[in-house]
Design a binder for this molecule. Structure first.
Ligand code: FES
Length: 169
């Protein structure tokens, strides 16, 4: 998405008639964040600065709006997002072991991305499949009853680049 081409009168249809320019600009921010993240997989600083200038919204406000939403990221993310559920059921059933193995194998801690950006390792409170605990997700795929063998398969999958990298939009 080219920030220069953003037009505050697009994207609103009929409702645009009842919004003032300020409201339209703020609404457009979210659309722009989505488009930027789709393209870059996160929100690069220079793009947010460009948005701030284009829409004449202070940069601090641009950041605070983006950080309100949990799904916008400010650091590059990996082509594969491996997420270990650390909710109670998964924790009790050994999720920490899976997390430790993944951390050791890829040399990253939870929340970090490998230098080659092949993987971002994350944790989550509960993915809603407690009956399958412990659970790990790889991109959109939910893997249940994660044993040491399954952790090995996840590692292979990421190393062979089999992860579909669908977080790239
Ligand atoms: S605690 Fe892991 S799926 Fe619910």
């Amino acid at each position: 998405m080219k920030i220069e081409e953003l037009n505050i009168n697009d994207h609103y249809g009929e409702i645009g008639e009842v919004l003032n320019d300020e409201q339209k600009k703020r609404g457009l921010l979210i659309y722009a964040f989505q488009q930027i993240q789709k393209e870059y997989n996160y929100l690069p600083e220079d793009k947010l600065e460009g948005l701030s200038k284009k829409l004449n919204i202070p940069l601090a406000e641009v950041y605070s709006t983006a950080s309100f939403y949990k799904h916008f990221y400010f650091k590059p993310r990996g082509r594969n997002i491996v997420c270990v559920c650390m909710g109670t059921a998964c924790h009790v059933r050994g999720a920490s072991k899976a997390l430790k193995s993944l951390e050791e194998e890829f040399g990253v801690k939870e929340g970090e991305t490998t230098p080659d950006q092949s993987l971002t390792l994350e944790t989550v409170g509960c993915v809603g499949c407690c009956g399958l605990a412990p659970v790990v997700t790889v991109n959109e795929e939910v893997i249940g009853e994660v044993s040491a063998r399954k952790v090995g398969e996840i590692i292979e999958q990421v190393k062979k680049g089999k992860g579909n990298g669908n977080n790239r939009g």
